[in-house]
Design a protein around this ligand. Structure first.
Ligand code: B12
Ligand code: SF4
Ligand code: SF4
Length: 361
């Protein structure tokens, strides 16, 4: 009998449910699934608060707003007994760094070249949750649960490490021995006392490839990121003009950044065949041409990026990013398109156009 949190249910029934749940998760497209106790790890709690106190979250006020809940499963939901950590692969089949320095083309990070992962993971996690509830009922196991993908106040990476999916590498993302740096994460908190998997050991060793690769020195120390310096923050989360000190380092990256992930030696074990088909890159986003992106108005932007995670930053921030890339391109042919944006009604776009025009030959 298992008596965790007063749940007097048959341990054998839970074990068999757990085994079937692994199979169901795999059927739904999760290439990694693991279980952890729904406890708050004091070390993780401490590090979150230190990170926030250092101001590393920048303008992501939502990271601080619910920090007391974000810090761990117990803080959010004391009735939770275990965590189901989920991973879906988006392993690319081409080198994400191949377009570095290209004068005509921009770089969209791998994670945003296919369908929006929030939609894809949420749909699969909801299907898994429905399955678990129905199976629990059939087998006489009471199931309550809450599911999360990315946007909830949950620290998905330490939970995934605790559940054995991989470890938080020095670039701070979860690295998997089988899927490299290319896993999207999600989590389900549940009242079912599943048996925990073993937490994953750190396998970074003496490697520091990601630390060296970062174009903006966003790592104050290994395993710590100052988001305010991270290109992914600057070109996705940050709303106003990007500080001049970072504009050259953005290069031709217009949405996210893959550099620290792409150099990780563990990626050599990752197989694009494990990638969920929803994340196969859209043809027009693999090597997007700056001259086609700079002319997007609001309607054209919305039409192009419907179903893509890129739609959430809106036309103005997107064109702002394309202008910084144009300014870094050295491509004189882009001058007329940049000049046409000098009078853009959005002041941030107009400012980026002035900056770019000044730099173009
Ligand atoms: C905020 C956020 C960001 C911010 C801040 C990044 C960050 N590392 O926190 C920004 C906008 C910069 C960002 C960028 C990206 N993100 Co993001 N992001 C998040 C989000 C919403 C919260 C992360 C969080 O809790 N940060 C808070 C800080 C405190 O966490 P932390 O860095 O992990 O801090 C730990 C370490 O510092 C560690 N630590 C500190 N000192 C030490 C010392 C030692 C010895 C050790 C071992 C550890 C250690 O302890 C802390 C607590 O565990 C998560 C989704 C979620 N809900 O979890 C996605 C998430 C982390 N992002 C994701 C992705 C894909 C990205 C990008 C790759 C996107 C891109 N290509 O542009 C980049 C990667 C940049 C990078 N190197 O991290 C994925 C990562 C998947 C994975 N395999 O890990 C997530 C999990 C989303 C998802 N559901 O899949 N992101
Ligand atoms: S995503 Fe890019 S900018 Fe951000 S930490 Fe990694 S290499 Fe640096
Ligand atoms: S590049 Fe090296 S140090 Fe960075 S996460 Fe991968 S193994 Fe760890």
């Amino acid at each position: 009998m298992n008596s965790s949190k007063g749940n007097m249910v048959n341990a054998g029934a839970i074990m068999s449910l757990q085994q079937d749940l692994r199979a169901e998760a795999a059927r739904l497209g999760f290439v990694a699934v693991g279980f952890a106790p729904a406890t708050d790890d004091p070390e993780v709690v401490r590090r979150l608060h230190e990170w926030l106190a250092a101001g590393y979250h920048g303008t992501m006020g939502w990271m601080a707003d619910r920090a007391d809940v974000r810090q761990g499963p117990q803080s959010m939901w004391p009735a939770a007994d275990s965590v189901i950590a989920l991973g879906m692969s988006y392993c690319p089949d081409v080198d994400p760094l191949a377009l570095e320095g290209d004068a005509e083309k921009a770089r969209i990070s791998v994670y945003a070249q296919g369908r929006d992962y929030h939609d894809v993971l949420k749909k699969a996690a909801k299907a898994l949750a429905r399955w678990l509830t129905a199976e629990g009922e059939k087998r006489g196991i009471p199931v309550e649960l809450k599911l999360f993908v990315d946007t909830a106040p949950v620290m998905e990476k330490p939970l995934a490490q605790a559940a054995g999916l991989g470890w938080q590498g020095k670039h701070t993302c979860l690295v998997s021995r089988t899927h490299g740096s290319w896993l999207f994460l999600g989590a389900i908190y549940t009242t079912v006392p599943f048996a925990p998997d073993r937490p994953h050991q750190d396998r970074c060793g003496s490697c520091n490839a990601c630390q060296v690769a970062c174009p903006t020195n966003a790592f104050p120390a290994p395993y710590q990121i100052d988001a305010r310096r991270c290109i992914s923050y600057l070109n996705i989360e940050h709303k106003g003009p990007v500080a001049e000190e970072f504009r050259a380092a953005l290069g031709n990256r217009i949405y996210g950044c893959d550099d620290c992930l792409a150099v990780c030696p563990w990626n050599k074990f990752a197989d694009a065949g494990a990638r969920n088909l929803a994340f196969v890159a859209r043809e027009d986003l693999i090597e997007p041409k700056l001259d086609e992106l700079l002319v997007l108005d609001d309607a054209a932007f919305r039409a192009k990026f419907s179903g893509s995670p890129i739609k959430r930053i809106g036309r103005n921030r997107f064109v702002r990013n394309c202008l910084y890339a144009a300014g870094n391109s050295g491509n004189a042919a882009l001058r007329p398109l940049v000049a046409a944006l000098l009078d853009d009604p959005d002041e941030v776009v107009a400012d980026a156009a002035r900056w770019a025009l000044n730099r173009l030959p």
